[in-house]
Ligand binder design. Structure first.
Ligand code: SF4
Length: 450
């Protein structure tokens, strides 16, 4: 039965500044700073810590009634002063919350005023501002807004360098490490932004660091305008919101837009592009990874073929996962996202031209109540998405394969691979094992061999 809905119930997306804070955490010696109420920072810290299992400081301008009525300029300036004195950051990444956006604080103007008042000949942190009202987008919009604002603030013109900008989207720290390994193996200098592979998944500390080590240096980001190419993993991001799009327009850096490389076909496109850019073949170890993956597909195909799935998450992840699921013979019944780029269906039709004839449903802007309603009718073999679908999975007795962000009820989400041959291998093994486990649990006698 259809619910008479008056509001979003259990949103299938997260808060816009959350994505911005994660991206800012991928810049070296940077403090994420929320212009708004303390509660927003607390919620975001809670979400990020639960997934990444790392401490994360998020500063806040700490709005009270007065700032909500008369504007938050004073709070922002005091907050910036305090953060500068206590953290001594090289960069402060400022994201605006719903409240400061609603009252219409002119943050660029406040930052100009602040710089004029406090410069005093001494160096100040670089201040990057991303506009991130949550009522206009989700965490992924905030993530991309922060990356674009960073490049707009820091990138400089200059002589072309043997350098590629890599904008990887909101992938895991393990995925970021894999990307760095690939570029190193191709001997291709790379400006990876953001890079939270260490800041959000580092080692233990002998002493407390106010800002954890790691991240992309501001000096490296300054070179982005001199690169020979930019690669970005996205299918649905509008040109006006893309960092690579900005660099192409402002500095003539050619932009290569690829879907997140999940599955053999999409990973091939990424490696083919690296071969073109470097004019050399991929290192043998990636041929080996690919061969092992093809072999695994052959071995595991009988388990996954024609299994039916409901898939949800960020739109780019849903598009990439759909391509992968089709490649391994699985049937997505519903491709759903809380995002609303207006691009999702078109991108999926490009992958699956007879999408509508096959009865594959596509829904943007949904919440988990919508997805659950669909699941009751469609009866999938399992769900694939982040851990926020767990309640629906438990209630309806449908197994959930956890991918992406957030994963709050399992360990090691930050170390899960998703992209390239290695990530696809890991995903494929997990999917096959989910199917096997489901069968084993459902068997009246159980079995010990497959
Ligand atoms: S009020 Fe807005 S910015 Fe703050 S936590 Fe909620 S959605 Fe995020």
């Amino acid at each position: 039965m259809k619910h008479a809905k008056t509001a979003t119930q259990n949103a299938c997306k997260l808060c816009n500044p959350l994505g911005a804070c994660l991206a800012f955490r991928g810049i070296e010696n940077c403090v994420p700073f929320l212009h708004g109420s303390q509660g927003c920072a607390t919620y975001i810290r809670r979400y990020l810590i639960s997934h990444y299992k790392e401490p994360i400081d998020i500063a806040s301008s700490n709005f009270h009634e007065e700032s909500a009525v008369f504007g938050g300029s004073h709070n922002l300036q005091v907050g910036l002063k305090n953060v500068t004195a206590q953290y001594k950051p090289e960069v402060i990444g400022i994201a605006t919350t719903c409240l400061s956006e609603t009252i219409g604080d002119d943050v660029p103007m406040i930052l100009r005023e602040y710089t004029k008042t406090y410069r005093n000949g001494s160096p100040m942190p670089i201040m990057i501002h991303a506009s991130t009202p949550s009522y206009q987008g989700s965490h992924i919009d905030g993530f991309h807004a922060a990356v674009r604002a960073t490049v707009e603030t820091l990138a400089e013109k200059g002589e072309r360098q043997n350098l590629v900008n890599m904008f990887p989207n909101m992938v895991s720290p393990a995925d970021l490490r894999y990307l760095k390994e690939i570029f190193t193996d191709f001997r291709l200098p790379c400006m990876l932004l953001p890079d939270y592979s260490q800041t959000m998944d580092g080692g233990p500390w002998g002493e407390y660091h106010r800002i954890p080590p790691g991240g992309t240096p501001a000096s490296a980001i300054a070179n982005a305008g001199k690169a020979t190419a930019s690669i970005e993993f996205t299918s649905t991001l509008a040109d006006s919101k893309s960092a690579a799009g900005y660099l192409e327009g402002a500095f003539g850096v050619p932009r290569h837009k690829l879907s997140l490389p999940i599955g053999i076909k999409e990973s091939d496109k990424f490696f083919d592009l690296l071969e073109t850019l470097t004019e050399q073949p991929r290192p043998e170890k990636y041929e080996d990874e690919r061969r092992r993956l093809v072999d695994a597909y052959a071995d595991g195909h009988k388990y996954v073929f024609e299994k039916k799935v409901i898939l949800y998450g960020e739109e780019d992840l849903v598009v990439a996962m759909t391509a992968f699921l089709r490649e391994i013979g699985m049937t997505p019944l519903l491709c759903a996202s809380g995002g609303k780029s207006g691009q999702l269906k078109q991108r999926l039709i490009e992958l699956i031209p007879d999408l509508e004839e096959q009865g594959i449903k596509v829904r943007e802007g949904v919440d988990f109540m919508d997805i659950e309603d669909e699941a009751k009718v469609l009866k999938p073999d399992f769900l694939i998405g982040n851990s926020k679908g767990y309640t629906m999975s438990r209630k309806n007795n449908i197994p959930l394969l956890r991918i992406g962000f957030p994963i709050h009820d399992r360990f090691g989400g930050q170390r899960a691979h998703h992209i390239g041959y290695r990530g696809t291998q890991e995903l494929f093994d997990r999917i096959v094992n989910t199917v096997i486990e489901q069968r084993q649990n459902a068997s009246s006698i159980g079995y010990t061999y497959m």
